[in-house]
Design a protein around this ligand. Structure first.
Ligand code: NDP
Length: 258
């Protein structure tokens, strides 16, 4: 089989958390264009339904939308069951839902800390664990977690200690699961994007004045676009990446190089 064929995902069953918008929607679009059947998973079910309908219509694939809060193990298990009941299997999982709260370390409340860690780290653990259990039964599967360049560096000037800690946790969680499951056919990798122009950044009025500062620090002088994360995720989801596990793919336009 040639490399282009190996990059195809025809008939694969994949769920995407945080799939309604932003990076999740963009990567889900790429999975659909590569032929995969999808579950768009999000707390915002109305937007998830719209995304699912749009991707099915444009790409002639099957899609469903599932309302799930990734911090709730009962909802996460039910979500994976629904995906497997619908498509008969789970080939890949994109554990991507995440949030950021910018507050200085000394002013951060316990609730703010817990919310970020619960969604970004515990949520990725719960979704990757539930996906992994199904994939271990199948003897095959690929999990992609969304970390961040914030797992490698401390972003400035905005204070975001909980976010940075959560993303460093995602990178090490990814490697730990990859090692545990390497001989069992289940691969686990993560992506570490730099600043990407999505709602997470664009809808936060406090962050808008910072974009110019970030761009001044960025070797490429600009934010990334969600579609610039698509190819690496399609590669990781399918058979082209059969020897790739425990890897963290930094896609940041060289932001973390110096
Ligand atoms: P968006 O805010 O655009 O999208 C995130 C989606 O996740 C939203 O639809 C959101 O729903 C949903 N979501 C939030 N909490 C939960 C939850 N508990 N359960 C299920 N879904 C939830 O963010 P991005 O697309 O920018 O970010 C996606 C991922 O990429 C995150 O993990 C983020 O940390 C990471 N990332 C983003 C970067 C960036 O610059 N944008 C850079 C590096 C990493 P709702 O809006 O209703 O809350």
């Amino acid at each position: 089989m040639g490399i282009i064929e190996k990059m195809r995902l025809d008939g694969r069953s994949i769920f995407v958390t945080g799939g309604a918008r932003g990076i999740g929607k963009s990567v889900a679009t790429a999975f659909a264009e590569a032929g995969a059947d999808l579950a768009i998973v999000d707390v915002d079910i109305e937007e998830a339904k719209k995304t699912a309908a749009e991707l099915a219509e444009k790409n002639n694939v099957k899609t469903i939308a599932i309302k799930t809060d990734v911090t709730d193990p009962v909802q996460v298990d039910a979500m994976v069951k629904e995906v497997v009941d619908t498509y008969g299997k789970l080939d890949a999982a994109f554990c991507n839902a995440g949030i950021c709260i910018n507050v200085s370390a000394e002013e951060m409340t316990f609730e703010q800390w817990k919310k970020v860690i619960d969604i970004n780290l515990t949520g990725v653990f719960l979704t990757a664990q539930a996906a992994g259990k199904q994939m271990l039964k199948q003897g095959k599967g690929s999990i992609i977690n969304t970390a961040s360049m914030s797992g490698h560096i401390v972003n400035v000037p905005q204070p975001q200690c909980a976010y940075n800690a959560s993303k460093a946790g995602v990178i090490q969680l990814t490697k730990s699961m990859a090692v545990e499951w390497a001989k069992k056919g289940v691969r686990v990798n993560c992506i570490s994007p730099g600043y990407i122009g999505t709602d997470l950044i664009n809808s936060d009025e406090n962050l808008k004045p910072l974009i110019e500062k970030w761009n001044a620090m960025a070797p490429m002088g600009r934010l990334g676009k969600p579609e610039e994360l698509q190819a690496v995720c399609v590669y990781l989801a399918g058979d082209a990446s059969s020897f790739t596990t425990g890897s963290d793919f930094v896609v940041d336009g060289a932001f973390t190089c110096f």
